[in-house]
Design a protein around this ligand. Structure first.
Ligand code: DGL
Length: 265
């Protein structure tokens, strides 16, 4: 049994799409989240820069007493997962391998992947899916402009639908069975994306499989918080304007957090 928090990071609000599943599936766990909004977006940065930023957040989470770390960011997972696993003294999980497994679990023969410029250029999704299932066809497209739409609170608008329709029109000529939401900001655009892709396309949110992996690691390491302990807490930090993170958390976590502070990193 271990009451220490799970540390979670993203470049911005996207990580809240993972945090809400953690909260839902592991309700006894305390969570400490860093949104690196002071350095948003990650998707257009170099691999080295993303790695450096992710590592400094990892060190902060370790200082906060985190018992494990979840990289709730596909871009940071693609650029920094092995480095963080090597450098930090706690287990670290990313979202790409769980996302790839979740896509394959749908039975898809053709899998689409949308992500940031960095994630798609890095090719980690296609490589992981084809390592697990060499015969599956992977069609990857960057969708970087959708990240800002979510970060700036413009989901559920005609502007967000128009952007989704425009960017995902690349799939009109290349139909897919499943589409991986390979950026943690994108689950907040599920309605727009499903509308564009049609009901027959299975949308894959890697968060669900990621949280299963977290549960497995905590269980195997005897690191789960005691059931029903009642003292679990969610602490949020933004390296940018904490009011932006607060607004996102009020919308996407229904305001279920204890504190939200600015963090200088
Ligand atoms: N939410 C992030 C991801 O999953 C990164 C978005 C960005 O900062 O460009 O890739």
């Amino acid at each position: 049994m271990d009451r220490r928090p799970i540390g979670v990071m993203d470049s911005g609000l996207g990580g809240l799409s993972v945090l809400r599943v953690l909260r839902d599936q592991l309700p006894d766990e305390s969570l400490t989240f860093v949104g690196d909004q002071g350095h948003f977006p990650y998707g257009t940065k170099s691999q080295e820069e993303i790695c450096r930023l992710s590592l400094s957040i990892g060190h902060f989470l370790v200082e906060q007493g985190a018992k494990m770390m979840v990289i709730a960011c596909n871009t940071a997972t693609g650029a920094a997962l092995p480095t963080l696993q090597r450098e930090l003294p706690i287990p670290v999980v990313g979202v790409i391998e769980p996302g790839a497994k979740a896509a394959l679990a749908t039975g898809a023969k053709t899998v689409g992947v949308i992500g940031t410029e960095s994630t798609i250029k890095n090719g980690a999704y296609a490589a992981t899916i084809n390592r697990l299932a060499p015969d599956v066809k992977v069609i990857s497209h960057p969708a970087q402009p959708l990240v800002s739409i979510v970060e700036h609170g413009k989901t559920g608008t005609s502007e967000s639908q128009a952007a989704v329709d425009d960017i995902l029109s690349v799939f009109d000529q290349e139909p897919v069975d499943s589409l991986v939401l390979g950026c943690t900001h994108f689950p907040f655009l599920t309605n727009e994306i499903q509308r564009k892709m049609g009901d027959s396309v299975h949308l894959v949110d890697p968060a669900i499989e990621t949280v299963q992996e977290v549960k497995r690691i905590l269980t195997e390491g005897d690191l789960l918080a005691p059931a029903g302990n009642g003292d679990q807490a969610v602490h949020l930090y933004s390296t940018g304007d904490k009011l932006d993170l607060q607004a996102g958390a009020n919308q996407w976590l229904n305001g279920m957090y204890e504190t939200c502070n600015h963090l200088d990193l």
